[in-house]
Every structure is written in C-alpha cells, then in structure tokens.
Design a protein around this ligand. Structure first.
Ligand code: SAM
Length: 249
C-alpha cells in the first residue's frame, strides 16, 4: 500500500509537440494533472498502478495512451470528428481517459470486468466533469455479443489485457465494418506477428499498420498494431468467457 501524494506532472509541451505534433491546452493539462492526483490518492486503497512517479506516470500512462491514437505522429482523424471509442480492460482508465480528455467530440466507453475499478473511473468522470465518457462493467467476451455494443464502435483500443490473438478476438467484433482497432504492446515478436495475421483474418480484419517506437524519456520499446475491420465478424466470435485466453485463435 502506497501513502504517496501526487506531485506536479512535468511540463512536456515540447515533447508532446515533437512526438505527436500537438500541444495540450491549459484545461487539458489541468485535467491530466487532476487525473494523476485522483489515481495516486485512490492507489492507497485500490491496486490501480505501480507507476506513480510524475515522469513515469506522464510517459507510461499519459504519453503512451495518446501515442497509440497518433500513428505517424498525427492523431487519427476520426477522433476530431466525433468517433465512438471503446477502451477494453481500461483498468485505471488507460488509454481511454486521456483519449476522452483530449477529444471532447468523441464518445468514449470505458469497459472493465472489475466493479471497483469502474467505480473509481465513475468518480473521475464526475470529478473532471467529462461529458463524453461513460463506463460499462462486464466481460468483453459477453459485451462483444450484445447488440448495443457489437459492431458499434469506430475505434477500439486495448492495452495490457492479454495475448495478441486474445486482444484481436476482444476488439474486432466491437468495431464497425470500416472501423479501426489499436492493440498497444511493449515488445512484439515474429511469432506474435503470425498469430496476429491468423486471428485478424478469422474475425474479419486486416493488419493495416504496425508501428515501432521508443518512449521519449526512457527509450523503452513500444509497438502499436492497427487493424482495419473489412467484413462482419462471424457470430461465434468472441467465444465464451475465458476461451480466447485458453484456446487462442
Ligand atoms: N488497460 C489498462 C492499462 O493499460 O493500464 C489496464 C490493464 S490491466 C493489466 C488489465 C485490465 O483488464 C484489468 O483491469 C482487468 O480487470 C481487465 N480485464 C481482463 N480481462 C477482461 C475481460 N475479459 N473483460 C473485461 N475486462 C477485462
């Protein structure tokens, strides 16, 4: 249990600009700071994150969340124009909360199977007065079969929730035909690339782009996998709870 209190996030305007061709507004900067404070405070009784130092938090949570929706150093166009977004297995709200903070025009659904984490995020949404974010508690294998969610999102994002092929099976059923899924990874191996191609093909997608980059402060490796949904996902996917992990595609 940590008894830390949050300090001030580092001032990173120039790094934002160099890496994402973007400057946060003062309001966005204040909201990101407030998010940091709320997470550090709740970390005293909830196991939300081990990344608590201001520079680490900035790089590994905030910057990392936004770089995934900024392939080739530009934010994905649809986010500016009112995309519907789902963050699968959002945990403490990453990458979904930074996306909601920066893209007020987009509607962001934050999904997690853990009620306590979703309760925490509900508090953040209230505290930051985010009108474009809401939460869902549930297992993605079930949510992906529900009519109000299946094939409904322009963009699905997923970070640190399972193997590459499990993430593919979680994401693509939720995306509209023509929409995009982004899988955030640290390392990404040749074997994973094979299982990626196989899984994407089964659930109706194509691999559009894979980026490899280094984080700006600690030069850690990141990969982002961009998957385009090109046809309907067969009704049998996602398979029932636990199967995507136990029997990867
Ligand atoms: N995405 C966040 C991040 O990158 O900081 C949290 C990652 S955390 C390691 C994985 C989260 O996924 C947990 O909060 C867990 O409850 C959630 N999760 C795991 N399996 C899930 C499932 N089948 N459906 C919905 N949420 C799931």
């Amino acid at each position: 249990m940590s008894l830390e209190s949050a300090s001030t996030l580092p001032e990173m305007s120039e790094v934002w600009h160099q890496t994402l061709s973007w400057y946060p507004t003062n309001e966005q900067q204040n909201q990101l700071q407030k998010l940091y404070e709320l997470i550090i405070d709740a970390n005293r009784y909830l196991n939300l994150t081990r990344i608590t130092e201001p520079e680490d938090f900035w790089e590994k949570h905030l910057w990392d969340s936004l770089v995934g929706v900024s392939p080739q150093q530009r934010f994905i166009d649809i986010l500016h124009h009112g995309a519907s977004v789902i963050d699968i297995g959002t945990g403490a709200g990453f990458p979904g909360l930074p996306i909601a903070i920066i893209f007020a025009n987009s509607q962001v659904t934050l999904l997690d199977s853990t009620r306590k984490k979703i309760n925490f995020i509900d508090g953040v949404i209230d505290n930051l007065a985010l009108k474009n974010a809401h939460t869902v508690v549930g297992r993605v294998e079930e949510i992906g079969q529900e009519i109000q969610h299946r094939g409904s999102y322009d963009l699905a994002v997923i970070r640190a929730v399972g193997s590459v092929s499990a993430c593919v099976e979680y994401c693509l059923p939720l995306v509209k035909t023509g929409g995009l899924a982004v899988i955030y990874r640290g390392s990404f191996t040749a074997e994973e690339n094979q299982s990626l191609e196989n899984a994407v093909n089964i659930v109706g997608g194509e691999v559009e782009l894979i980026t490899e980059l280094k984080t700006p402060l600690t030069q850690s490796i990141r990969h982002c996998l961009y998957l385009r949904k090109v046809r309907h996902t067969p009704v049998s996917f996602p398979r029932p709870v636990g199967i995507p992990k136990q029997k990867p595609l």
